[in-house]
Design a protein around this ligand. Structure first.
Ligand SMILES: [Ca+2]
Length: 196
């Protein structure tokens, strides 16, 4: 019963917290079998949305690899179901599952996390799901799948966790009002004609 009560409490927190989280969206790349790979997927592939609508699948309908290097970079754009999004962040997402004892004493829910500040705070992570924006710390960096890590804070998460998956994750903000090059070209042409 206690496990059920905690699970219900978490879902209530998610339900309250998500609408207040603003305009940011998180996506995890599918299929899950693809290891962390920051190169651009093909248009037509699907992304798994982690936030704000957990477990919704969105189709990548277009993308712009602005620097032409084949990798997803900050400030490039991706179109989900025809809507343009600005890429704010890209990095790994870790799916963790609690493996502590006693079993059933707490909800065994996937815990998606991303580096809060890669490089400078290697053992502090930003939880994406189920408690958005929660920070937790591990005793050693998360580095590979099937790794077992000890979470030392917050108190409710203390224990051993199993790294189930490491996937590509991007944070995007909808950016639906692009000024396309054709528009800029028309504006520049208008000024050139004014100056001639
Ligand atoms: Ca690029």
């Amino acid at each position: 019963m206690r496990g059920l009560a905690i699970a219900l409490a978490l879902f209530v927190i998610v339900a309250v917290a998500v609408p207040a989280a603003g305009q940011e969206f998180y996506y995890e790349y599918r299929p899950v079998d693809r290891p962390f790979d920051p190169t651009w997927p093909s248009d037509g592939d699907e992304w798994h949305q982690l936030h704000p609508n957990y477990c919704i699948y969105d189709e990548q309908t277009d993308h712009d690899d602005a620097d032409g290097n084949g990798y997803i970079d900050v400030c490039e754009h991706i179109w989900f179901n025809g809507e343009r999004h600005h890429v704010e962040w890209i990095g790994p997402t870790y799916k963790l599952v609690y493996i502590g004892e006693p079993p059933g004493d707490r909800p065994v829910l996937p815990k998606y996390a991303e580096d809060a500040a890669p490089g400078s705070r290697q053992c502090v992570y930003h939880e994406v799901y189920p408690i958005f924006c929660n920070e937790f710390g591990t005793t050693e960096p998360i580095e590979y799948e099937c790794q077992e890590v000890w979470i030392e804070f917050p108190p409710e998460d203390v224990g051993w966790w199993h790294v189930e998956e490491i996937n590509t994750n991007i944070r995007t903000v909808p950016d639906p009002s692009p000024v396309d090059e054709g528009t800029w070209s028309r504006i520049k042409g208008w000024f050139r004609r004014m100056l001639d």
